[in-house]
Design a protein. Structure first.
Length: 444
């Protein structure tokens, strides 16, 4: 559109310039005043030689005079003859100073001036070389239209190409992504600084999310297969030994079979729970419940379990607040965090749980539950994976505790469903801190 406007101006420039005189602006009037002062000085030096008053050209300008008394011009003859006769009469009758455009020069004036007690009209004439705009404006109409159409077509093609090319790249990239190339990205489109560039960035973000979800799904299926295969193998091995054993050994193997079957059942139940939570098909029985009622049984069981394992468990004061939660799901989530801490804290050390009410910036109140242990902690580069399903810092440690790495994943999803948040941080010099934030209501 800009190029079309410019071309239209260029092709019609001559018509605009010949539309008539234009009133002189402040710069042109100032120029007239300067020329008048120069002529005035010359008139004092040479009172009887009018042509000396005009003087040589300055910066291409010629000063010309018209004697109002004698009705005659004082200017180089070749300049006077280039004026049209009707233009002369129009200029002399003007009461204002104008800018007069001619084909090969322009004139500024008139300005009434008095030199040696005689009145003159002062003009400035400047010969100008033909400009590019003027040359184009003098071309035949058909040629001007052809130039304008060709130039507009060129700019239109460039504009269309600049839009179509990134769209084609996005289409090709999306086709590769649909065919299974999860690494396909529209990097060249995303580098643009326009709406198509923003579309490319959004496409890359979408592709990254799809790649992450698909790889997570594949990893989850592989982890489930691996975790189910281990207890099944041990169960089959115990069954084979039981079939060939006699007497008291048979009962020992039957207990082993029972343990592996219970572990397998627990794992399958956890996988189903996590699957329901992820698919949002889990039915939640949300009800108002005091925090003390929810956590008191959990804390009592934790103290007993920690004492049996040769460890300590201490709890801070429980505030009088109300929670809107699914009691069974939330209790399971908090219990998973506490049991995890008891498992991994070193023998003879303490696990603590603290409760605190916080005032948020949006004037909502939150409950913070912080569980700290004195265990080995988690490598900092793995903290963000701690709540992933089947995550394990080391296989040997997981086999020692007997878990499958689903407890914290279920906890994280349960907290998320209740519009809360859960984070993990290492403690110095050792230990791990799990922090849970939940929305609360004060008891009246």
């Amino acid at each position: 559109m800009s190029s079309t406007v410019v071309l239209t101006y260029v092709t019609t420039y001559h018509d605009f310039s010949q539309a008539g005189p234009q009133v002189a602006d402040s710069v042109e009037l100032s120029h007239l005043d300067q020329v008048e002062k120069r002529v005035f000085r010359l008139s004092n030096l040479h009172p009887n030689r009018v042509r000396r008053w005009i003087g040589p050209p300055r910066n291409g300008d010629h000063a010309i005079l018209y004697d109002l008394q004698n009705k005659m011009w004082y200017a180089p003859p070749h300049l006077i003859h280039q004026f049209k006769h009707e233009r002369l009469n129009e200029m002399l009758s003007s009461r204002q100073s104008y800018r007069w455009n001619e084909e090969k020069f322009f004139v500024i004036g008139p300005k009434k001036a008095t030199f040696n007690q005689r009145e003159y009209l002062l003009f400035i004439i400047n010969r100008k070389p033909p400009t590019f705009f003027f040359q184009v404006s003098r071309l035949p109409l058909k040629l001007k239209l052809m130039i304008e159409l060709l130039t507009t077509a060129l700019f239109s093609y460039i504009l269309a190409y600049s839009i179509a090319r990134p769209i084609k790249q996005l289409r090709t990239t999306s086709h590769h992504l649909a065919c299974g190339d999860l690494t396909s990205r529209a990097h060249s489109v995303a580098k643009r600084n326009d709406e198509l560039g923003q579309l490319g960035k959004d496409f890359n973000f979408m592709a990254e999310q799809i790649e992450r979800l698909i790889l997570s799904h594949k990893r989850l299926m592989g982890d489930i297969s691996h975790e189910l295969r281990s207890p099944l193998t041990r169960l089959q091995l115990a069954l084979g030994l039981a079939q060939s054993a006699e007497g008291e050994d048979v009962e020992k193997y039957f207990k082993r079979i029972e343990k592996e079957a219970n572990q397998l059942e627990t794992m399958i139940a956890d996988v189903l729970t996590l699957s329901r939570l992820n698919s949002e098909t889990q039915h939640l029985d949300i009800a108002e419940m005091p925090l003390k009622t929810l956590v008191s049984p959990i804390l009592e069981d934790a103290k007993f379990e920690a004492h049996a394992a040769g460890k300590k468990f201490i709890s801070g004061a429980i505030p009088d607040v109300m929670l809107y939660v699914d009691a069974q799901l939330m209790a399971s989530a908090i219990e998973n965090v506490i049991r995890n801490a008891i498992k991994y804290t070193h023998d003879g050390t303490t696990v603590s749980i603290d409760f605190q009410c916080l005032e948020c910036q949006n004037q909502e109140r939150q409950l913070m539950i912080a569980v700290q242990d004195n265990g080995p902690g988690v490598p900092s580069e793995h903290l963000d994976k701690l709540f992933d399903a089947f995550y394990r810092v080391s296989d040997s440690r997981q086999r020692k505790t007997g878990g499958a790495g689903l407890g914290l994943a279920i906890t994280s999803k349960a907290i998320e469903i209740h519009h809360g948040a859960i984070t993990a941080d290492n403690l110095h010099p050792n230990g791990l801190k799990i922090t849970i934030h939940l929305p609360i209501h004060l008891m009246e």
